[in-house]
Write a protein that binds this ligand. Sequence first.
Ligand code: ARG
Length: 287
Amino acid sequence: MKKILTGLLIAAGTLTFLAGCSSSSSSAKADQTKDSTAAESKVDNSSALQDIKDSGELVLGTAADFAPFEFPDGDGQTTGTDIEIAQAIADDLGVKLKIMDLSFDNLLSSLQAGKLDIVLSGVSATEERAKSVDFSQAYFTPTQEILVKKDNAAAFQKATDLTDKNLGAQKGSLQEDIANEQFSDSKIVSVPLTTNLIVQLKSGGLDAVIMESAVAQSYVNANDDLVISDIEIPADPNESYAAALPKNCGDLKTEVDDVIKKLMDDETIDQWIAKYTALADEQAATE
Ligand code: ARG
């Protein structure tokens, strides 16, 4: 009995010791990261939802060069899957939707500056971006693709085939980072508009363009001289699309998550992607 008790006491002592160690080391860690996160945790946007309701308007930022998510329809209005999602959120909040078409690389900074209420623009919810904005739940997971001219498809089959070649990516996009990290032997060309990447690819100014699946497919449908190459890019688990919201926006995030979850559960988002891919194809055919 005595032995057992001593054993238990030693075990308890060891546990206390271990617990002590782990809590002290985690607080040391917390101290180290305190400085970098202090500024972000101080940002208070908890009135965001109420402010939107008071103003009667949800101001959406998007870069309309990205069918089927956002692109100009035949009448110059911005349309697409992300616009539908934003409209559903505005309807849920009982406010009007106001669309601001900006350059992709200005969207998140404009959100942070308080000029936008929400960004829906095929934005990949990366860890880096999550330091400065909040992300809703994800609504689409693309793969990364390399677009080339049909005539060059046989010559570009693996990453090393792009050594010293001009590889285009949208400025400020995740694809620009991937290009720099995974295709460092290529000449990386950053271009603000996706539409201009395609123009340059078709004219031969670029040899290849890195782009996400649904959008790349939409361009291939619309341009019979382009194809998605066999070059593979490993997928990143953080690259799903999500709505970007002001940091620490509290119940605005809850509300947006609810709307997106419903649209995912009943497959409405998939239907919109199909619908707007078809619409973009039709438009390209009549151009
Ligand atoms: N998903 C990529 C990113 O977040 C590209 C998004 C580009 N969106 C656009 N509307 N052009 O960086």
